[in-house]
Design a protein around this ligand. Structure first.
Ligand code: 13P
Length: 257
């Protein structure tokens, strides 16, 4: 954890054209250059990545991919390797997003991808989150614990510092409201605790934890200040040029904690 905030925009399978993608990225890049305490990462679809990596590096603005395959090269039709992403200037990779897990990525695959991303010198943004909350039995804690443990199985302890955790409760993704900031605080502590079992307390204290799920410019600052997370993983609002700019401004303008 640092004092800087990290805002990651996950564009998912949007927008429909390169021209639109360039427009959205240009706006984000422009506002990012004015940020003092915040870094912005946008994660467009693979086909747009090459065109959107800034020609001149911008300190507060970076490009991420939404996925990557764990093998380096070979007969893997449709896949993109981490080396290819690194080669064109991509710096972050989202791994284990619930929408990818729903299409077949198991915890074991997620762990392989985490390792491959780190080995290529990129930063993995590893998504974890329960599908639903069990208000009475609290079984979602066990589900989440297992998911985190297994998603990092075999990942060497020494690379714990290179990992960004994104806590995204699946039920809050694409929803009307985010999880309540007070609950986010409780869950982010739990996520850190489980992470510390795998990587040690020292690493867990420093790990960057993001929250994702129905974040917008209105709730962003509260989620960070009350939820005590280091940043946000933003879906829909990251494609709304006005909303994303307002969100970045709101987060950057927060009183430093
Ligand atoms: P929304 O912000 O649209 O709910 O999406 C969240 C998400 O899945 C980001 O990865």
């Amino acid at each position: 954890m640092t004092n800087r905030k990290l805002i990651v925009g996950n564009w998912k399978m949007n927008p429909g054209t390169l021209a639109e993608a360039k427009k959205i990225a240009a706006r984000a890049r422009r506002i990012a250059t004015t940020l003092e305490h915040t870094d912005a990462v946008i994660c467009p679809p693979f086909v747009f990545l090459g065109a959107l990596v800034p020609k001149k590096p911008v300190k507060q603005f970076h490009i991420g991919a939404q996925s990557a395959y764990f093998e380096e090269s070979g007969a893997f039709t449709g896949e993109v390797s981490v080396t290819m992403l690194h080669d064109i200037g991509v710096e972050y990779v989202i791994v284990g997003h619930s929408e990818e897990r729903a299409r077949g990525d198991t915890d074991e695959i997620v762990a392989k991808k985490v390792k491959a991303v780190i080995e290529a010198g990129l930063t993995p943004i590893v998504c974890v989150g329960e599908a639903s909350r069990d208000i009475e039995g609290a079984s979602h804690y066990d589900v989440l614990k297992e998911q985190i443990k297994n998603s990092f199985a075999g990942v060497p302890k020494r690379v714990g510092r290179d990992i960004i955790l994104a806590y995204e409760p699946v039920w809050a993704i694409g929803a009307k409201e985010s999880m309540l900031p007070e609950q986010i605080y409780e869950m982010s502590l739990f996520v850190k605790k489980v992470f510390s079992d795998a990587f040690g307390a020292e690493t867990a204290v420093e790990v960057t934890v993001l929250y994702g799920g129905s974040v917008n410019y209105r709730n962003a600052a509260d989620i960070i200040s009350i939820g005590k997370v280091d940043g946000l993983l933003v879906g829909r609002e990251s494609l709304n040029t006005v909303g994303f700019v307002e969100l970045l401004k709101a987060v950057d303008g927060m009183k430093q904690q």
